[in-house]
Design a protein around this ligand. Structure first.
Ligand code: PXP
Length: 247
């Protein structure tokens, strides 16, 4: 198993700040280029149905500007499939989306939607995108993701991170154990394993230490931390902690 752990930097919340005023600044593409220079192995952007942060024009600009792969997060809708097929990004991550939620609150229900999702992702795979499914650390969901033909799963680390920040350490450790076991299980099926959501300097190392995890996608914390120390040092510190955990 390779020891490389990739860092995907999610730049959605640069767009959140921009949209708070409705103008052009701060520019998420500028942040993405800076993240690249700071050592990000990929850029992640979520084009939500309501366009609350990333806009269609951001995806156009990212596709033109980036030298590292774009991981395009999207809900399993016809509109998003068309956009993905037009751009053919390196990776497409299918996430659940509810308008009323503040962020992606849970993993995708793959097991209940197996037929639909199998048909939905087939053209994306045929177009050369690596298809990732964002799911909870749940064996049933992982098996379903495998059956529908996804190449990658991204495990939702939100419950682990929430338990940590709320000081529920027993629950946190139980979540971490699930993530560890399910990383190994998914890898044994031949799936590439990614993880993300809510990760911070305090929570990244135990997840980064799982040998099956190949990529972490981290956004909100890094963009917040950039206010205090700048984006480049914020990313460099995350990279350092990931490498420390891995080695
Ligand atoms: N991975 C996925 C699939 C996500 O939906 C998100 C949030 O958009 C992230 C990772 C990054 O989460 P955070 O912004 O909390 O680091």
């Amino acid at each position: 198993m390779t020891n490389t752990l990739r860092l995907g930097v999610n730049i959605d919340h640069v767009a959140t700040v921009r949209n708070a005023r409705g103008g052009n600044v701060p520019d998420p593409v500028r942040a993405a280029k800076l993240a690249e220079e700071a050592g990000a192995d990929g850029i992640t952007a979520h084009l939500r149905e309501d366009r609350r942060h990333i806009a269609d024009a951001d995806i156009d600009a990212l596709m033109d500007a980036l030298s590292v792969p774009l991981n395009f997060e999207m809900a399993a809708t016809t509109e998003m499939q068309k956009i993905a097929l037009r751009h053919k990004p390196h990776a497409v991550c299918i996430v659940p989306e509810k308008r009323e939620e503040r962020t992606t609150e849970g993993g995708l229900e793959v097991a209940r939607e197996e037929n639909h999702l199998a048909h939905y992702i087939a053209p994306l795979r045929d177009a050369g995108c690596r298809v990732s499914i964002f799911i909870a650390a749940d064996q049933k969901q992982i098996e379903a993701a495998h059956r529908i033909g996804a190449q990658v799963i991204e495990l939702h680390t939100g419950a682990y991170c929430d338990a940590h920040s709320e000081g529920h350490f027993e629950a946190r450790d139980a979540e971490l154990e699930k993530l560890r076991d399910m990383s190994a299980f998914a890898h044994s099926l031949g799936l590439e394993v990614h993880a993300g959501h809510g990760l911070t300097y305090d929570t990244v190392k135990p997840v980064a230490a799982f040998p099956e995890v190949m990529e972490l996608n981290i956004g909100h914390f890094l963009i917040g931390e950039a206010i205090f120390r700048g984006l480049t040092p914020a990313i460099a510190e995350m990279r350092r902690l990931m490498d420390e955990a891995r080695n």
